[in-house]
Design a protein around this ligand. Structure first.
Ligand SMILES: [Zn+2]
Ligand SMILES: [Zn+2]
Length: 143
């Protein structure tokens, strides 16, 4: 079984993920851009059972970015770690930037392209979605 690990910038907090990651998307929403200080956040959904903290849990801080989304980050170095969801307790959102290994799957598309940063140009051929790729999301034409 695939085992991945990751840590924060100061390495005070470390975590481990067992098994395959869920679908990986590059999220261009304004919250992800602000949280990561980047053009987009590459993230996957995993189940809570796959995830465990290895060390440093006492360094964790939390911030509610909406009524039910909790962002967990390192209080010492500010690294963004995981998202949890008060309305879906069995799921975790994990950004791939902190991983030390390459997961077995690759990004499948760009999401929330409707709120993409105006200065960033998507140059790959992955599918683009205005919002979350569900029944209501509109697929944008790629290039
Ligand atoms: Zn840290
Ligand atoms: Zn986002």
């Amino acid at each position: 079984m695939q085992k991945l690990s990751g840590c924060c910038l100061c390495e005070g907090i470390a975590y481990e993920i067992a098994g395959e990651l869920g679908p990986i998307f590059n999220c261009h929403c304004s919250k992800c851009r602000r949280w990561h200080g980047a053009a987009f956040r590459t993230r996957a959904t995993i189940s809570t059972a796959q995830f465990r903290w290895i060390r440093g849990q006492k360094l964790l801080s939390r911030y509610y970015s909406s009524g039910f989304v909790v962002k967990h980050f390192c209080s010492a170095c500010g690294s963004n770690l995981i998202s949890t969801y008060d309305n879906e307790l069995d799921k975790i959102g994990i950004p791939l930037g902190g991983l030390e290994q390459s997961p077995s799957n690759e990004p499948e598309g760009h999401i929330y392209v409707g709120s993409k940063s105006p200065w960033f140009k998507i140059t790959d051929d992955l599918p683009q979605y205005d919002t979350w790729p569900g029944s209501h999301a509109k697929v944008r034409e790629t290039r």
